[in-house]
Design a protein around this ligand. Structure first.
Ligand code: ATP
Ligand code: MG
Length: 309
């Protein structure tokens, strides 16, 4: 297999129901569509990404077995070659499961008295075994299970923050930003914020305007464009537990927004981490500088539209 420079991306916002799984799955699918090799590690006991992608969490060994050292990560990867799923070609997953509830206790029990490493470092060696095989590894985190979240912060190269205009989203963003600052002091000095992705925006609502203007004001250089509008196709593809909108609705305007957001993320990764992926599809090779400028202008206009109602 060709060696690739892998970017490990933690996806977060500790609040629940703020779009972590949606962004993980759809951005991964957008990147896979353009030929990137993408792996999702589902660190959630509720197995959000796993179920969203139509993979049965009970049928495969997954992140629990990998984190406890029972399995090599390359041996538990689920891909389109495995039966009974509709995974896109370049998108693989290490499944989440209920067993993650016992992770902390299990790790504590099996720790040698000579091992003075922190439990939070449990993902680092796992990622080392996966580096070179993927362009991107996304880690979908749970809303409130400290150990998997800490492990993702400590192992990631970059962090992608997500929010949708729901009650505690802004508070969750602030907490996550503090955590990024803090983990730089404790074990992951090179962790970088690589993007802030906003979903489920309905420009008529006050909360949507507040969220977009907050992010625009404080973090405009990290904000991914465009923002993703609220659309019923998103919850319906998620609850159908089969696959992504890239398979069910490839021409839908929301699908196109995710493609553009994936481009924005790759630009940030280039700018912030200095890692640039070669364009592997004609779609993106054909983008001339003029087209690029027009797209940038269009993104800015669509943001102004939300802000100005
Ligand atoms: N653009 C959108 N339009 C409409 N609904 C959306 C959009 N983005 C996300 N949602 C919905 O918002 C809800 C929460 O999203 P999601 O499951 O991705 O959040 P989460 O942060 O992963 O949640 P949890 O913390 O429970 O894991 C879901 O029902 C999802 O379908
Ligand atoms: Mg989730």
């Amino acid at each position: 297999m060709k060696r690739r420079e892998t970017v490990a991306i933690g996806v977060g916002n500790q609040k629940g129901g703020v779009g972590k799984t949606t962004m993980t799955v759809q951005l991964s699918a957008a990147l896979a569509e353009r030929g990137r090799k993408v792996l999702i590690i589902d660190l959630d006991v509720n197995a959000g990404s796993t179920k969203h992608l139509g993979v049965d969490p009970n049928s495969f060994l997954g992140s629990f077995e990998v984190l406890t050292g029972e399995e090599h990560p390359l041996d538990v990867i689920v891909s389109s070659k495995d039966e009974g799923n509709n995974l896109p070609e370049n998108l693989h997953i290490i499944t989440g499961s209920r067993k993650l509830e016992e992770l902390e206790e299990r790790l504590r029990r099996k720790k040698s008295k000579f091992d003075d490493s922190s439990l939070g470092d449990v993902l680092k060696p796992v990622l080392e075994k996966l580096r070179g095989h993927y362009d991107y590894i996304f880690m979908d985190t749970p809303p409130s299970a400290p150990l998997p979240i800490i492990a993702a912060y400590k192992a990631a190269d970059g962090f992608l923050l997500v929010a949708i205009p729901e009650g505690l989203a802004i508070e969750g963003l602030d907490e996550a930003l503090n955590d990024i600052e803090e983990v730089r002091e404790y074990g992951n000095p090179s962790l970088k914020l690589i993007g802030l992705a906003i979903g489920a925006v309905d420009k008529r609502t006050r909360l949507s305007k507040e969220l977009v203007s907050y992010v625009h004001k404080h973090f405009s250089e990290f904000m991914l464009t465009p923002v993703i509008p609220r659309a019923t196709v998103i919850p319906s593809v998620q609850t159908s537990q089969k696959t992504t909108i890239f398979q069910t609705d490839p021409q839908h305007p929301i699908t196109e927004k995710f493609r553009e957001m994936a481009t924005s993320l790759e630009k940030n990764i280039h700018k912030i981490l200095g890692i640039q992926k070669l364009d592997e599809t004609k779609l993106h090779i054909s983008e001339t500088e003029d087209e690029f400028q027009n797209k940038e202008r269009g993104d800015k206009d669509s943001m102004k539209e939300v802000l100005n109602g």
